[in-house]
Design a protein around this ligand. Structure first.
Ligand SMILES: C[S@@+](CC[C@H](N)C(=O)[O-])C[C@H]1O[C@@H](n2cnc3c(N)ncnc32)[C@H](O)[C@@H]1O
Length: 239
């Protein structure tokens, strides 16, 4: 996206994503089409979709991070892995950024979910979004779909909201994330094994587990307000 002077408050976060105050927008890779009822608006001659942070933990993380928000996005035109794709809300914006219209950027977004209903919706979405690769699979069963990722990726996102989500994330990163690569773990407190401790203690323990497993914890992003009882861990793989 051009970085012209006449965009008064808009701040480009990437080629296809910009922040405008408390709103985030992605350039629509399927012009004229709204994915989940989000509003469309022309910004500098390009049609953009409003990225709703209450429907997307990645979007919430972008608005909440105290660091450079562009660090939460993968490099355009690369291959990335997304575990727990759901109905494709975040996936659609990520696709706008990673692939662009007709996949002009030649990105590849491998999106795994174990719910057949989600896969039906993602498969439908993939028809108009080349570069999106929906996979019906379990994030824990690498052997079933790992063949789609012959080389390691530099960006991995997980939002499975199920018990053992930290172990699942660590296992997936060890298998698929390159050294120095960015990992993002959306952690839902209520999904973890609950031992009666407060949320703050739980999140602290998870942070220690990530550190002990060879990750640098760049930031723990509180999503409360957009997604209560959730944090987004931003890590880089060190070993
Ligand atoms: C909170 S939703 C994901 C929402 C999505 N990330 C978004 O922002 O639009 C969690 C998803 O994880 C999926 N899921 C749960 N356990 C999983 C597993 N072991 N492997 C793959 N997907 C899983 C569920 O089917 C569900 O669609």
């Amino acid at each position: 996206m051009g970085r012209g002077n006449n965009r008064r408050r808009s701040e480009p976060l990437s080629w296809g994503v910009l922040r405008d105050g408390k709103a985030i927008w992605s350039i629509n890779a399927v012009p004229g089409h709204s994915v989940y009822g989000e509003s469309l608006r022309r910004i500098q001659g390009m049609e953009c979709r409003r990225w709703d942070p209450t429907r997307s933990k990645l979007g919430a993380g972008i608005l909440r991070t105290r660091n450079d928000a562009s660090l939460l996005l993968p490099e355009e035109g690369t291959t990335v892995l997304y575990l727990g794709a759901g109905h494709g809300t975040s996936i659609s914006h990520l696709h706008d950024h990673l692939c662009g219209e007709g996949n002009e950027l030649k990105g590849r977004l491998v999106a795994v979910d174990l719910a057949p209903r989600c896969l039906r919706e993602l498969t439908h979405m993939a028809k108009s979004r080349p570069g999106l690769v929906p996979v019906l699979g379990d994030a824990r069963q690498h052997a079933a779909w790992g063949v789609l990722l012959p080389t390691k990726v530099n960006w991995l996102f997980q939002d499975v909201a199920q018990a053992g989500q930290v172990d699942i994330f660590i296992g997936a990163c060890k298998r698929f994330l390159a050294l120095g690569g960015t990992g993002l773990l959306s952690l839902k407190a209520a999904s973890e094994r609950w031992t009666g401790e407060g949320e703050a203690t739980l999140f602290h323990k998870v942070e220690q587990q990530l550190l002990n497993s060879g990750f640098e914890v760049e930031e723990r992003i509180e999503l409360t307000g957009y997604e209560d009882n959730h944090v987004l861990f931003h890590v880089t793989r060190q070993e």
